[in-house]
Design a protein around this ligand. Structure first.
Ligand code: AMP
Length: 413
């Protein structure tokens, strides 16, 4: 789903564009319309699903389009840790860059100076206050925090806040808020204590459940950082290097499916294709050949990523980075079914690095990087936060390494 479909204000759309977001993630797709409609929400969504933007975007939109808005502590976002408060404040800054919405992060551990600044901001009023519970409670107790104009409350990572013993602090803060407000609760898990708290805080909430499955451990996952033009030669090299019996290659568009299949056939690799331009009977015939082992390499769009049952695929190649984590898990889950082991390679071009980083976050760990064979020449470095929308920029490349290495694990910052 495109962001244009939510009906956001143009100033907010500029911030979305500048943040490099193109399509909404599943949690955004499900949550945003309900928030826009003024509903309370209880959502189970983990970090990495895009949940922060799922609540920030509609809140910013509401604040900038409400003519009666008085801009004094309108939205309160309560989070468990200072790191998360800082991260959300940074997100907020990026997304609201082209609007006049103001925000402040209020968290423990700062010096006296920080306290004075927070006091000033809270008594004067910021549009969005992002805070940890203990520090916010301390400010409220001092009596200067204006809360009568508050309209929106967000509890983020609610399960973690309860695990850290913040229940009483949260209820103290809520006790000082106007009764009439919109409440949004996000939690990775939904134990009883969260449901009990939700019953006390939320009014007729819409329940949203975005649980992300993890890929089976036995799948060997590797990522290749490449330029777009290196993708076809890399497929050919990898297929020739090892004797894979059954290979499924996913491309994001019909065009790349057709182009890659043509190139593989020309290179003497027995491949065929499946996509929505083919007649159903044609697709079934190709799939039958693949399932029976007569066709070793199948190139397909995402129509094959879910639900198809083929047990003996030993390699899945993501020729393009899948749209989101859920698609990634589904695609690579086509290999290593039944008892067999499987390998999943993902080709990541420069402009796909950001998308890939979001998938890694969702998986909870980085995918090991494989060494690109030397004959392909220079390859780009993995630097997703440096603005990967610049495919043309070949700066920051790294020297090719000897092929045959087992991949260099690394963490991103
Ligand atoms: P979160 O789950 O909120 O921690 O977000 C995880 C990462 O996904 C962050 O780096 C966000 O900037 C990024 N992100 C959020 N929404 C989108 C989107 N629609 N498209 C691409 N990246 C996104």
């Amino acid at each position: 789903m495109k962001f244009t479909e939510f009906g956001f204000d143009d100033r907010l759309m500029e911030g979305i564009d500048a943040s490099g977001y193109e399509d909404a993630t599943p949690v955004q797709e499900q949550v945003i319309p309900h928030i826009m409609a003024g509903k309370d929400i209880i959502a189970s969504a983990q970090t990495g699903t895009g949940k922060t933007a799922a609540f920030l975007l509609p809140l910013i939109n509401k604040i900038i389009t409400d003519p009666g808005e008085d801009h004094t502590n309108t939205a309160l976002v309560i989070v468990p840790t200072r790191e998360l408060a800082i991260q959300i404040a940074q997100h907020m800054e990026g997304l609201s860059y082209f609007t006049s919405v103001s925000s402040i992060a209020v968290f423990g551990g700062g010096d006296g100076n920080a306290f004075v600044q927070e006091k000033k901001a809270l008594s004067h009023g910021a549009d969005v206050v992002i805070c940890t519970p203990g520090k916010m409670m301390a400010h409220i107790k001092m009596g200067y925090v204006k809360l009568d104009g508050l309209k929106y409350l967000v509890l983020d990572e609610a399960d973690r806040m309860l695990d850290m013993g913040f229940y009483d602090d949260i209820m103290f803060i809520i006790g000082h808020l106007p009764k009439k407000r919109q409440n949004l609760l996000f939690s990775a898990t939904m134990p009883h204590k969260i449901r009990d708290m939700a019953r006390k805080i939320l009014h007729a909430p819409v329940e949203i459940n975005i649980s992300i499955s993890k890929p089976p451990e036995k799948i060997i996952q590797q990522a290749f950082m490449v330029y777009d033009t290196q993708k076809i030669p890399l497929v050919k090299i990898l297929l020739k290097k090892r004797d894979f019996k059954s290979v499924l290659i996913f491309c994001s568009s019909k065009l790349s499916v057709k182009q890659l299949t043509r190139d593989l056939k020309r290179g003497g690799i027995p491949a065929d294709e499946i996509h929505s331009d083919l007649e159903q009977s044609n697709r079934e015939e190709v799939l039958m050949r693949f399932k029976s082992g007569r066709l070793p390499v199948l190139v397909a769009t995402d129509i094959l990523s879910r639900g198809i049952d083929i047990d003996n695929i030993d390699l899945v190649i993501n020729y393009d980075v899948p749209h989101d984590g859920e698609d990634y898990v589904h695609r690579i889950g086509r290999t290593a079914r039944a008892a067999a082991d499987g390998t999943a390679y993902t080709f990541v071009s420069v402009k796909e690095q950001r998308k890939f980083m979001a998938i890694e976050r969702l998986l909870g760990k980085p995918v090991p990087q494989a060494t690109v064979p030397e004959e392909l020449g220079e390859t780009p470095a993995y630097n997703p936060s440096a603005g990967s929308r610049n495919e043309g920029n070949r700066g920051g490349f790294k020297k090719p390494m000897r092929s045959g290495g087992s991949g260099n694990n690394r963490r991103h910052s």
